[in-house]
Design a protein around this ligand. Structure first.
Ligand code: BGC
Ligand code: NOJ
Length: 827
């Protein structure tokens, strides 16, 4: 496999620099981190939306197109008949130079041709419902250049799903208005919508187009639109069909002259009574005000500087200096950045997730929390309340909710029996980071029904109880529709390809399907729950609602259930060399040496080792050794082995995938960190590091860009496993729980800086070759410089620790304001 490189890291600017537009797959970035979002590829493909990629899609995108990545925000430059784009696509005219810099919520694409350079900075300013595109044209030639510049964006008719299917209606509804240099998209504004979009530029225009077919030509492509090729706009006014927005600007540049053009693609909501200023004429006040905020380069540069400061601040909360560039750039930049993106998107919109499928996942969003709670704790708090509000009174949960309405999604419903545990996981992470126990006192409804509110603590209680109340014949948790592995569908029994594996349960009566993974997850989160109950009495005094609970008794009760679960796993969940995965509907073993295929699974090895089940008896080490022996390969740890070679109706979707892909023996990166943390529980720092490095993007970036295919600066959900046709090929980049788990693993378990209720617990687990490193950590108003040294080359164990020169017992740095130096000597 060739080792061609398409780009490189620029750590100083926190950018990934792409130097060849023909990457093995579009390499994308995300703009916006609040309400307005854009996806942008290295050739300026992609789309934007407000809050919800399904219900409020602003611009249209064509998935899985030929050629790949069709539709985006394009600038066409017609220079004396040579037509080109700064991002190479869609014309694909060979450029004299090309570069795309993906940075922290911004992208800068620069191309040049025949002495003209065009550089576009794309970003969504903070607190703004718009994408700014600052185009700088520079004449580097010795001649006067007369250029014809065309912008291009294609509107989506808001609902991205019906936009792609209901053409009998869609082709008649499209409406626009043009005023000055601004094109307004107002489809359906005449009836129930109170929002419109606009695309404007800060200079007078010499023409425009708003009807796609007129601009492009019915039998042309984005690569050769009639208007651009012929060099004159049609001034078309869209009525139905497919409305677009294209500005036409005549540019004259003297030699060495450079000029900026600021385009703004924005979204506005109006009050019902303020929608129109005259019959059929929309109220443009807010759009104009927004345009005015960004109508000069100075204003745009200031907004950009503000965004960069915002990221400086965030990324200064945790910085590591280990002397290993590949580790530092992931810890300090890209891993945290990806965590922010997964927080914003959940699993909705990427170049693998269409934005019309899923909303916010209950388990996904809780796990994502551990990746960003240190960055934006207030938003984590809000997120936890939103998630908990979709829970049912018995502790079960809607599996997903829509970000726009924050309501549980009825199409998918509930019944995934791991879901409740994750609420404990997320909430505990939040309190440990912030020390904000008051969140437990918040009144939170069930299923968003007002009148049903109980405290968030009681939501955690029903979550805990949901597992206890749903045990199977081996006293292990019943799996329900599925646990974390959405594709292990043990009650599904589907022979009908039109049925969804995710929602179908053809056989439930008398089901004995149990999950050893949920058992491990329950032990981990159950211990957290017990610990919380024990310390809560110290914090209860200031609370309004959370009073009448006997926390000591609750801690005892919970501890008993946790102990019973540990016993159940030891008795019924151990296969001899590893933990079993599950029992199926009939009570047969899954993930046992007795099975022909799928003898061993990663999830239960991860969770039961993290939970330390059987640590004293050596089960943890044996399980981890079995993982190395049977699941580990060159590119990471596969999910199961041997892969399923035929469809097993009693197991569902997992056996629907070809060998080596996705949940059937793919390297499902999300769960590799579970094993890595398990390795740190067993104090095996060398193994932890070697597993971690295998899926760390910066290592992949170094020698596998072509094979890996997807972006080498972020983790992807799945890398094809050892049984696949092309092991090592990545898919489904960006929106994966891998981001949060990689962060949690490296920050807390490898570098070992763990937020605890009282302070920072320092507990590294290192490869024996690791020497000195420093972590700078801001935590609850304090700033800590933590210097770790490892003179004896051990993996685990803090021999000595001082805070500001004073020895400390027990390796917890107390939370206190001000600057502190922590010296840690391993040994
Ligand atoms: C995928 C899973 C995913 C599930 C839910 C399945 O097809 O393989 O990874 O969690 O769909 O949408
Ligand atoms: C992706 C889903 O988003 C997540 O919820 C699930 O746990 C994994 N796939 C594994 O199936």
């Amino acid at each position: 496999m060739d080792n061609k490189r398409y780009g490189h890291f620029d750590d100083q600017h926190r950018e990934y620099v792409i130097t060849d537009p023909q990457t093995p797959w579009p390499w994308i970035n995300y703009l916006g981190n609040e309400d307005f979002f854009s996806l942008i590829s290295n050739t300026a493909g992609g789309y934007c939306f407000y809050k919800d990629a399904k219900f409020r899609r602003l611009t249209r995108y064509r998935y899985n197109g030929v050629p790949m990545d069709n539709g985006g925000r394009y600038f066409y430059i017609n220079d004396g008949g040579t037509v080109w784009n700064p991002g190479w696509k869609p014309c694909k005219t060979p450029l004299d130079s090309y570069e795309c810099r993906h940075g922290m919520n911004y992208t800068r694409i620069t191309g040049s041709k025949n002495g003209v350079e065009a550089s576009v900075l794309f970003f969504v300013p903070l607190h703004t419902w718009a994408e700014v595109q600052k185009l700088t044209l520079t004449n580097n030639s010795n001649e006067v250049k007369r250029l014809k510049l065309f912008s291009f964006a294609e509107w989506c008719l808001w609902n991205a799903a019906t936009d792609m299917e209901n053409f009998q209606r869609n082709f008649s509804t499209g409406e626009v208005e043009i005023e000055g240099s601004v094109i307004y998209h107002k489809t359906e504004y005449r009836e129930r919508r109170n929002h419109y979009a606009f695309y404007g530029v800060n200079v007078p225009i010499q023409g425009f187009d708003t009807d796609r077919e007129t601009f492009v030509g019915l039998y042309n492509e984005f690569a050769n639109p009639d208007a651009v090729i012929e060099g004159h706009p049609r001034n078309s006014h869209a009525h139905g069909w497919s409305p677009i927005a294209s500005h036409y600007i005549e540019v004259e540049l003297q030699p060495n002259e450079s000029r900026d053009y600021i385009f703004l693609l924005g979204y506005v909501e109006n009050k019902q009574e303020e929608k129109f200023i005259a019959p059929q004429v929309i109220n443009k006040t807010q759009a104009k005000a927004m345009m005015a905020r960004f109508d000069t380069s100075e204003k745009v540069d200031a907004a950009f500087a503000e965004l960069c400061d915002y990221w400086d601040n965030l990324l200064n909360i945790y910085t590591a200096n280990t002397g290993n560039d590949k580790l530092d750039r992931m810890v300090n930049i890209w891993n945290q950045y990806q965590c922010m993106v997964t927080f914003c998107m959940s699993r909705s919109a990427s170049f693998f997730e269409s934005g019309i499928g899923r909303g916010m996942g209950f388990r996904d969003s809780n796990q994502d929390l551990v990746g960003f709670v240190h960055l934006i704790p207030e938003r984590a708090r809000e997120r936890i309340i939103d998630i908990a509000s979709t829970q049912f009174p018995d502790g079960g949960c809607y599996h997903q909710y829509q970000p726009l309405t924050k309501r549980g999604n009825n199409d998918i419903g509930g019944g995934f029996n791991d879901d409740p545990c994750w609420l404990i996981f997320g909430t505990v992470a939040y309190i440990k980071e912030t020390g904000d126990f008051s969140i437990l006192d918040e009144m939170v409804p069930f299923d968003n029904q007002s009148g049903t509110e109980v405290t968030l603590f009681e939501h955690l209680q029903v979550s805990f109880n949901h597992v206890v109340n749903n045990l199977g014949p081996h006293s292990l948790p019943l799996i329900g529709r599925a646990d974390w592995n959405d594709c292990l569908n043990l009650n599904c029994f589907s022979w009908d390809p039109n049925e969804s594996f995710q929602t179908t349960e053809n056989k439930t009566e008398g089901s004995q399907a149990e999950s050893v993974m949920i058992a491990g997850l329950f032990v981990v989160t159950g211990k957290d729950y017990v610990e919380l109950c024990k310390i809560l009495p110290d914090h209860i005094k200031t609370m309004q609602n959370l009073k009448d609970i006997d926390f000591a008794a609750e801690a005892d009760r919970a501890q008993r259930h946790v102990d019973e679960m540990v016993n159940a796993v030891k008795t019924h969940g151990w296969d001899g060399e590893w933990y079993l995965r599950a029992y199926d509907f009939y009570g047969n073993k899954i993930g046992s040496d007795e099975c022909e295929e799928g003898k061993i699974f990663i999830e239960s090895q991860g969770w039961c080792t993290m939970a330390g089940i059987g640590l004293e008896e050596g089960l943890v080490e044996r399980s981890l050794d079995s993982v190395k022996e049977r699941l580990e390969c060159e590119h990471g740890i596969v999910l199961n082995n041997p892969a399923f070679t035929t469809y097993h109706v009693e197991m569902g979707e997992i056996s629907s995938y070809p060998e080596g892909y996705k949940e059937n023996a793919g390297i499902f990166c999300h769960n590799n960190p579970w094993v890595i943390i398990g390795e740190t529980v067993a104090a095996r720092g060398d193994d932890a590091w070697s597993h971690y490095k295998k899926i760390l993007p910066s290592y992949v970036e170094e020698d596998r860009q072509t094979l890996h295919k997807v972006e080498p600066y972020v983790n992807c959900q799945m890398v094809a496993g050892k049984d696949a046709y092309r092991p090592g090929e990545g898919k489904n980049s960006w929106l994966t729980g891998t981001a949060a788990w990689m962060w949690y693993t490296v920050s807390e378990f490898i570098l070992g800086i763990k937020p605890h209720y009282d302070g920072l617990f320092i507990d590294p687990c290192l490869p024996k070759t690791a020497h000195n490193y420093t972590v700078n950590r801001r935590f609850r108003g304090g700033e800590y410089e933590i210097r770790v040294s490892n003179p004896k080359g051990v993996s685990k164990g803090v021999a000595k620790m001082t805070v500001d020169g004073m020895p400390v017992e027990g390796a917890v740095v107390p939370a206190q304001p001000g600057k502190h130096i922590v010296e840690v000597v391993m040994g």
